[in-house]
Design a binder for this molecule. Sequence first.
Ligand SMILES: Nc1ncnc2c1ncn2[C@@H]1O[C@H](COP(=O)(O)OP(=O)(O)OP(=O)(O)O)[C@@H](O)[C@H]1O
Ligand SMILES: [Mg+2]
Length: 452
Amino acid sequence: MLRFKSIISRIVFLHIVAVAITSILMSLALSWLLSFATDNIHDKAMQEQAVSVGNRLGLDSDGRLQLDLPLDLLGLYSQAYGRYSYAVIDDKGTVLFSSLPDHTALFPADTRQAPVEFLHHRRGNATVFGASVKKTIGDQTVWIQTGEDLANRDVLTDDIVADFYRNVGWITLPILLVLLLADIAIFRRALRPLREASEIAEGIAPERPGVRLPTEAIPREVRPLVSAVNQGLDRLEEGFRIQRDFTADAAHELRTPLAVLRSRIDLLEDPKMGDALRHDVDGMAHIISQLLDIAELDTLALQPGEKADLQAVAAGIAEFVAPLALAQGKDIALSGPTEPVWVRGNAEMLGRAIRNLAENAINHTAPGSTVEFVVEDNGTINVLDRGPGIGEDERKLIFRRFWRRDRRKQGSTGLGLSIVQRIAELHSASITVENREPSGACFSLKFVALKS
Ligand SMILES: Nc1ncnc2c1ncn2[C@@H]1O[C@H](COP(=O)(O)OP(=O)(O)OP(=O)(O)O)[C@@H](O)[C@H]1O
Ligand SMILES: [Mg+2]
């Protein structure tokens, strides 16, 4: 069986079948109607001829029937012309007058019952079609038969019928094809909102759970499907929200017991044990803060028109992480334009992204080396270190949540770069990683720079 994936090709196929059937049926019906009409005209003409022949019948002085045809009628019924013929028969069937050479009736089967009858009769290899009309003259009743040899039938009417039959097909075909084109155009128009909805649907993603398909322009027949998809998205968004809230709530809830734990550690008498435990608690606090950041970023959207000075944010973060670097015997350097570098974005979020990159750089750069912050006036910030760098095969993995090269490393959750990536996404910024010679990594965040 034929299967069409597209509605339009299905319509085209059905239309072509319908066009073919309609043109055949239409031309058949019309030609039948036309030939019926011409037959009718022919019958009428024959009846009129019989009447005019009848009008020429009269009685002579002896009371016998006489037929006195004028010249034009004589010509019409002449043997030479051969097309028309007449005969007059009485109520017993005796032929009184006949234009036929053998002086016979035109229609031997004439029942002579009805006042007007239409008959046909095969004579030799010709078929004579005609009428038999009753007429009473004095006390005599006669039937006047007139006929036409259809081999000679009016060529004009036949031609019209034949032409009609041919032309109807040719006329209906283009009309129906125009209809088909109109249908395709209508359908394409009707499907356009669906195409637009599909484009919107392509943008549905976990970070954009609020996207809904527009239903106003959607054809009524498909609207239930689109509404059902929207309702499904509502439920998904709700599920998403519950999950996110749970992460945020859980992280929040953990903060209090951690604070309690920290104060209890302070009460410990063994300072060595206290330091070790404090370090563990700091690690846990870091995990919780990263989890909270993730949960919060999932709900955040950038306000339109928000802008931040990348240079100032970078300077703030450099200052913030400097003690951490110094504690590990590493240095921080910041370079960039003296003018502010305005980018589209939220300063707080930009700071979080740069802080994560800076912490990674400080943690991985070799002792005694410097972590550099380089701000460019095109809205880019580069964070460079002198660590082991990122292998080709790791470039995708590092942005995954909870991925880290060394799982045993304390205080490392593997969430930092996924936070950076999410912030970049929210800012339509791009993030790239490259390795440095002879060693080290360079993480670049390119934000959308603003003119002033
Ligand atoms: N500058 C870098 N040099 C070398 N490796 C890096 C660098 N930055 C990140 N990585 C590798 O990528 C992993 C993932 O980094 P990410 O910042 O996501 O998590 P993390 O630093 O381990 O934990 P968190 O940032 O949540 O404290 C790190 O564990 C590390 O193995
Ligand atoms: Mg990190």
